[in-house]
Design a protein. Structure first.
Length: 272
């Protein structure tokens, strides 16, 4: 995102570039499925201030020919700040997480398949008087973080160039024109590339199938800062873009891709 965006995003595997990505997926990571079109549930653990933006993002992404996105009651509503994952779906949470990032997405991987994910939106920045507390910023952040959990990367990582009309594009002006508040046709084409080329022997987008996949330790970690993200495997743009990998062995991994803001936009500074 742009200089106005303090963003912490998980899951980056593509090279950091300043031009639009011809292929904006994260390698081969994807949800396992037995058909070329599948349903994925988003657990609603967000406050009423976010409900309409979650609903809009789900409706937007269902515009893909390979994906049907369903909003269901959340599995971590008792403590959305922890935002614990649920096997076979994406838990979407809102809370005041402090002044480090604006939004975050995480994926849990086993053998190349995503089998659970979380998205968090940070009310620390989305509050009265904040420059981020606008419908355009809320739509962009919710849309992008959910898009990451499907296996999508950013189309563009240049903060200052013209908007591409996609929520997967960095920007300092989500209103545009064009607006960066929704997916565009290139996002849908990329999802088709990821999900229509093959099928898998099982589905990971199902709680019963995915429940016994991870080692128990993978669900017991609090991901509040770099100390819980594992090994730093990439850092560029003066540390603004960082990629972490937490490896549990036997093909079980959690990926974290962090976008840090400029110091002037951070509420408390970058934790170390």
């Amino acid at each position: 995102m742009g200089r106005l965006l303090s963003l912490f995003v998980c899951l980056g595997f593509a090279a950091f570039s300043s031009v639009a990505h011809a292929d904006h997926s994260w390698g081969s990571y994807h949800w396992g499925r037995t058909a070329n079109s599948f349903a994925l549930k988003l657990g609603d653990n967000v406050s009423s201030a976010w409900d309409s933006f979650l609903t809009t993002a789900a409706k937007d992404w269902t515009g893909s020919s390979v994906l049907d996105v369903l909003v269901v009651p959340g599995g971590t509503t008792a403590d959305p700040k922890k935002c614990r994952p649920t096997a076979g779906r994406v838990e979407v949470c809102s809370a005041s997480y402090g002044g480090a990032w604006l939004g975050v997405a995480q994926i849990w991987i086993s053998g190349g398949h995503i089998y659970q994910a979380t998205t968090k939106v940070n009310d620390f920045y989305f509050k009265a008087g904040s420059k981020y507390n606008t419908p355009a910023w809320r739509r962009l952040v919710m849309c992008q973080e959910i898009g990451h959990t499907f296996g999508l990367d950013h189309q563009d990582e240049n903060f200052s160039n013209a908007n591409l009309g996609s929520c997967m594009d960095y920007t300092s002006d989500p209103d545009g024109p064009p607006s960066n508040e929704h997916p565009n046709s290139h996002d849908f084409q990329q999802l088709t590339t990821i999900y229509s080329g093959h099928t898998d022997g099982t589905t990971s987008a199902d709680q019963a199938s995915a429940r016994n996949v991870p080692p128990p330790a993978m669900n017991e970690i609090d991901f509040e800062g770099p100390g819980q993200w594992g090994k730093l495997v990439r850092s560029t743009r003066g540390g603004r873009l960082e990629q972490y990998e937490l490896d549990f062995g036997s093909g079980h991994k959690i990926f974290t891709f962090v976008i840090w803001p400029d110091e002037e936009d951070r509420g408390r500074g970058k934790p170390r």
